[in-house]
Design a protein around this ligand. Sequence first.
Ligand SMILES: Nc1ncnc2c1ncn2[C@@H]1O[C@H](COP(=O)(O)OP(=O)(O)OP(=O)(O)O)[C@@H](O)[C@H]1O
Ligand SMILES: [Mg+2]
Length: 355
Amino acid sequence: MARYLESIVENLTTAVVVVDADLRLEAVNPAGEMLFELSAKQMVGQPLERLWPQTVPLAGLFSDTLQSAHSFTRRGLPLSLPGREALIDMTVTAILPHAESSRQDPALLFELTQVDRLRRLAHEEEIVDRHLAQRAVVRGLAHEIKNPLGGLRGAAQLLERKLSESEREYTRIIIREADRLQGLVDRLAGPTRPYLPVQVNIHQVLEHVRSLILAEVGEDFVLRRDYDPSIPEFAGDPDQLVQAVLNLVRNAVQAPSRVITLRSRIERQFTIGQRRHKLVLRAEVEDDGPGVPEALRDTLFYPMVTGHAAGTGLGLSIAQDIARRHGGLIEYVSRPARTIFTLLVPLRQDYDPTG
Ligand SMILES: Nc1ncnc2c1ncn2[C@@H]1O[C@H](COP(=O)(O)OP(=O)(O)OP(=O)(O)O)[C@@H](O)[C@H]1O
Ligand SMILES: [Mg+2]
């Protein structure tokens, strides 16, 4: 029974931390290790105030809890970690010495949930839902434009034969513009080629994008790489992934920015939408440009939303579509001098996009 309970605590997504009456750490579950970004070995024996200085003002409450055996909850407590700030909901309960347990000293049980992450999940779902609704409308529209467009072009070709050379300029304009519109409609409809999963090495994808970009825009900016070489191969469509990342990097180039970083990382036990995955790839494109314009932030992934006069506003919508076909998502954070677009893809061997 004890072993069974232990394994439950180990598998909880809630971080569980136990401290003794001196507020030194006694035990922590894997979710707790992930939250504090430290191993149990590094944490056990440490004073709580060193791991989490923002709890110092609560010392009085902790000792009251130990005395009274009540529990208390605090919401939205800040936790500073190297490189990021988290917000935590915390419930603290006293564990008192018990006749049937071997424990002699009282202790405090902390249950911790990172709430900014929950807020992020709700936001992600919204992105996916909105994106799906948008795609359906745009696909329908693209389809409706395609048929008459084909007729228009065919008729212009027939007409062309009846016209003199000097008059043919007009039909050529019709044909050229019809072709341009056809191209736009095809991009709007999204990738038509079916998703063909093979084994993908993300670094081959990133390197491919890098060489395409260097060929496109030359070397007048810095393209850095920051790769985690231990990322395993996974089932995906490499051509589509190149397209998605290329769209992100092109945006960074156009931002405009001077330094762009391609980064790869791995996340463990990570939730995308409503599904939790053992391993998730993070492929990031970071730039030092001016940041995403405030006015576009809520609709950025919609088709035809653009901040550039010459933009079609399709790059991000297409990239999001490709991410979704891989069971993943693209999200971003942006402020002046630091914008990061992140492609999240579950690392699995058998992803079925229709499932
Ligand atoms: N890294 C970035 N920094 C600042 N703004 C960005 C960045 N990425 C995207 N944006 C903003 O988001 C808008 C939409 O991007 P999206 O790629 O969908 O379309 P686009 O680049 O305008 O056109 P297209 O990609 O179809 O040529 C951009 O016009 C730009 O205003
Ligand atoms: Mg773009």
